[in-house]
Design a protein around this ligand. Structure first.
Ligand code: GLU
Length: 339
């Protein structure tokens, strides 16, 4: 692969980092490092209602503990600064204007009450509510006080390739005139990440499978903006130890820094998380971060869910302690001896 690989980790500052988020960061980082590319840390803070104070330093501390380093990002700047979405509003406006000019965006003309009535009407008719059924014939002028909506250029079925999942399709039902910019002036995730990835030159998007359902929306926006989408890389879900549901807080999806407090080594955590949905093949399971990078490839990411297993993590930790020199071991256990 060429040296132009650019990946990013783009968390929302809505709380602590859990294993799922860390694994996404880890794969994006390992892939960039393997290919001599760049890894970006972008913060997606456009949903002000969900923001949790202290999340950004917490994200940074978590990644640093694990040894995941970035080349551009919110704390260090870079050629595409700023890396905090709330500071990038001018960029989103610029592309919003382009879409308006092309006839692909319009201000939402309805009040909350009118929309509620449309929803009720659809429900009474046992139909799914689709905003595009109420699209105004003549578009008003957008003054920023109303949400700006995307006019889906063509209602059609989409086929696309995901580097992990293969060929995927979704029908017309996935497409509706979604909001690009909310009435508070902030963009939606659907819009902002596309603009940022474009401006930051992102070549590969690694993210969780919850975004597959929205991919036709993203594709219609890429089309309207006449841009080639990055390679889409959907990561497998992390499953609870019982294996029949996604790992939630109750099943141990805790703050990654709690593992540090419990005495886990960052190398063990990185190794454990890397193998949660990826395996380079062969017998070797205990790997240093350098070995993980050297072996990393998208082709070896699994399609199906990976089960979280505490015992495996404990075992991994023991193996990594064994790999350490005696002086490092002593240094690591010292905090656990009380005076
Ligand atoms: N801000 C999104 C989240 O935290 C990131 C999704 C993406 O990587 O595009 O879920």
């Amino acid at each position: 692969m060429s040296s132009s690989v650019v990946t990013r980790f783009a968390p929302s500052p809505t709380g602590f980092m859990h294993v799922g988020g860390v694994r996404t960061a880890l794969y994006a980082w390992a892939f960039a490092r393997k290919n001599g590319g760049k890894f970006i840390l972008r913060i997606e803070d456009t949903d002000k209602g969900r923001e949790v104070e202290g999340s950004i330093p917490h994200i940074i501390e978590s990644l640093k503990w694990l040894g995941i380093t970035w080349d551009e990002g919110v704390d260090i700047g870079g050629p595409h600064a700023p890396y905090l979405q709330s500071e990038r509003l001018e960029s989103y406006k610029k592309y919003a204007r382009i879409l308006i000019e092309k006839g692909f965006a319009y201000p939402d003309p309805y009040s909350e009450e009118e929309l509620a009535a449309f929803r009720k009407q659809a429900e009474d008719n046992k139909q799914a509510f689709l905003y595009r059924n109420h699209r105004p014939e003549v578009f008003g002028v957008w003054d920023g006080t109303k949400p700006l909506r995307f006019k889906i250029p063509e209602i059609k079925s989409y086929k696309w390739n995901d580097a992990v999942r293969g060929d995927l399709t979704a029908g017309e039902e996935a497409l509706d005139d979604f909001v690009l910019i909310k009435s508070d002036g902030y963009p939606t995730y659907n819009f902002a990440h596309i603009i940022d990835d474009l401006e930051m030159g992102v070549t590969h998007i690694m993210r969780a499978d919850e975004f597959i359902a929205s991919t036709p929306k993203f594709l219609s926006l890429y089309e309207a903006l006449e841009i080639t989408p990055p390679v889409l890389v959907t990561l497998p879900p992390i499953l609870a130890p019982e294996g029949n549901k996604k790992l939630g807080k109750r099943d141990g999806a805790k703050d990654i820094l709690e593992y540090r407090e419990e005495g886990y080594l960052p190398e063990a955590m990185v190794n454990f998380l890397a193998f949660l949905g990826w395996n380079p093949g062969g017998e070797k399971e205990v790997m240093t971060p350098e070995e993980i990078i050297a072996n990393f490839s998208i082709e070896k990411i699994h399609k199906s869910g990976a089960m979280f297993n505490d015992e495996k993590l404990l075992w991994m930790n023991k193996e990594h302690i064994r790999l350490q020199s005696q002086s490092k071991q002593l240094e690591a256990i010292t905090p656990y001896f009380k005076e």
